[in-house]
Design a binder for this molecule. Structure first.
Ligand code: BT5
Length: 245
């Protein structure tokens, strides 16, 4: 089913800030103060970049695309996850087009090359306000110690040099086009989802599950066949792709 969108998905003004605590925090506050859907905020540097679940997003100044977009409430709440998954897909496609680096997706919304994280997404909602923030590691000349084992950047993966502006422009055009057909985006997201069929460990506040990732349900939850044969769904958690033994 493809629903007609209640509002246009074209992005509008891009505010490019030299430094901010967090582009998501900034845009959430702007939205609450009446900023229009379609507003885009980019920062050269974040002093308190946000990850999911209260974690921190770290990036050397000027070396990453750090962007947040404000979306209109164009779908029912139970389909909102599709807007976020579509952002990951559109960013993977923009990175591939601009740098040649092919990134896969890890549920729910990481971009990975091999087992290393190239980009992360944080969606935040308050009432009708939905902000989708993405950090993409583009041109890193040194990797912060704490990320050395887990992160990568386009230049480190042999990507063609590019500018943050080019990746941003390609992303915004692709994302806005894909938002008009969320069912196709969902299929293409799943096609890029490295997690499917993989043996995974899922870390949640309540414990750890290990099993085979079988799919993503209509709510965006991960469907997991755990080792005792039971099938469970996971709404929130951190997935680690395990090596095939
Ligand atoms: C995410 O969280 O992956 C969401 C990251 C969203 C960042 C963007 S930047 C623009 C916008 N404004 C914000 O304030 N945030 C958004 P999570 O899945 O919780 O991953 C966070 C974890 O990834 C950290 O605990 C680190 O282990 C790791 N990490 C931090 N910085 C990283 C980086 N640059 N590259 C790869 N991994 C990183």
């Amino acid at each position: 089913m493809t629903e007609p969108l209640a509002s246009p998905t074209a992005f509008g003004e891009v505010r490019w800030l030299p430094e901010i605590d967090s582009t998501n925090r900034y845009l959430m506050d702007e939205a609450r103060a009446g900023a229009p859907a379609g507003l885009v905020v980019v920062a050269d540097h974040q002093t308190a970049g946000r990850g999911r679940l209260g974690r921190t997003w770290v990036a050397p100044p000027g070396a990453s695309l750090l962007v947040s977009v404000l979306l209109a409430p164009m779908v029912p709440v139970d389909r909102r996850h599709l807007l976020v998954m579509t952002a990951g897909l559109a960013m993977a496609e923009a990175v591939e087009a601009e740098t040649g680096v092919v990134a896969g997706l890890k549920w729910p919304n990481d971009l990975l090359v091999g087992n290393r994280k190239l980009a992360g997404i944080l969606a935040e909602a308050a009432g009708d306000v939905l902000v989708v923030g993405i950090g993409v590691n583009l041109e890193w000349h040194s990797v912060p110690d704490e990320l050395a084992a887990i992160a990568t950047a386009c230049n480190l993966e042999g990507g063609r040099p590019t500018s943050r502006e080019s990746v941003l422009t390609t992303f915004l055009a692709g994302y806005s086009a894909r938002l008009n057909d969320l069912d196709t985006a969902r299929r293409d997201y799943e096609a890029r989802l490295l997690t499917l069929g993989r043996r995974v460990r899922v870390e949640q506040a309540g414990g750890v599950l290990t099993g085979i990732a079988q799919g993503v349900d209509a709510s965006g939850h991960l469907v997991l066949r755990i080792d005792d044969g039971t099938v469970v769904t996971v709404a929130v958690g951190d997935v680690i792709h395990l090596r095939v033994e």
